[in-house]
Design a protein around this ligand. Sequence first.
Ligand SMILES: C[S@@+](CC[C@H](N)C(=O)[O-])C[C@H]1O[C@@H](n2cnc3c(N)ncnc32)[C@H](O)[C@@H]1O
Ligand code: SF4
Ligand code: SF4
Length: 328
Amino acid sequence: MEKTDYKSFTMQWHITHRCNLRCSHCYQDDYSSFESRERLEAILGQYCELLEHYDCRGQLNITGGEPLTHPDLYWLLKSARERGIRTGVLTNGTLLGTREAKRLKACGVGYVQISLDGCKKSHDKIRGEGSFEQALDGIRALKAQGIFTSVSFTAQRHNLHELKRLARLCSDLGADKLWFDRVIIPAAEDSDKLTLSAGEYKKLCNTAARLNRKRLVFCGRALQFLPCEKKVIYRCAAGDNLLVVLADGNVLPCRRLPLVLGNVSDSTLLSLHRDSPIMKELRGTGIPDGCKGCKHAENCRGGAKCLTYAKTGRYDLTDPDCPVANQR
Ligand SMILES: C[S@@+](CC[C@H](N)C(=O)[O-])C[C@H]1O[C@@H](n2cnc3c(N)ncnc32)[C@H](O)[C@@H]1O
Ligand code: SF4
Ligand code: SF4
């Protein structure tokens, strides 16, 4: 049955795969795809059609690659705002100075997310020499314009011990939010063994819960609610009110779930969302057997499908990092 009760619908749009960095954990393997303004306009039109069909609000998160390398970023942000769509930008922050922050502000951007993968040494090791200080300058430039600034920390084997120090740093910088999530790399491709074990993730979530009490870390991603007092129970949105469009026009249910639904050149976002067999299957996935009897099952419904898929090759199983399921 078609779902029609969405209050909002998020599109994460990778408008280019070009990037000035080459981070060791990055899920991209193409660094060249790039959408022209003409194509951006056509795809934005498809998104508006989808929002109209579901009669819901739009949240457009523009990213890449590095979105600030795209000359039409500001034009796109402005065009989306003019159509009543809320916007955000996900960036590595290294190309963001006062001029760029002022332009983002003028386009009415709702928030900007900058990646920090630890303190200076770890961040530069993952993202390249000098990128840490540049990202910090980016955060300062955004804050000077009063733009809501969130920091994203991707936890991997080599940096997971840095969350506490990073939380202090973000607080000193005046960042509005720090959130974290697990690195997602298919098990067969993880030659550097970056993926956390279930035990490591449990420990990290416990640390985060302590920091959350001091309002230093947001614990809103899969399974992070478990040790938290103020529980924001995350439910994976893959199959529901989320679509990802890549810079070659391919459409995915989530950036971290590498299942191609089709391409915007051959189809529309609405029909891919509504009619794609993969989306229908994702929507039809019930509570995994491993979650039966769990008091959070109705809300959590198995944790993160992307991580489960990366570790097991299936998305309809219980998140292999879940401490509740692993205790049984
Ligand atoms: C693809 S980047 C695009 C925006 C910008 N270039 C940046 O680095 O923030 C968006 C986010 O995805 C994260 N990311 C990249 N590869 C990932 C992976 N394999 N697993 C989980 N997150 C990943 C990055 O760390 C970053 O926070
Ligand atoms: S900056 Fe972002 S897009 Fe570029 S390599 Fe790093 S994670 Fe990938
Ligand atoms: S057992 Fe399943 S529903 Fe319960 S917390 Fe773990 S993943 Fe979520």
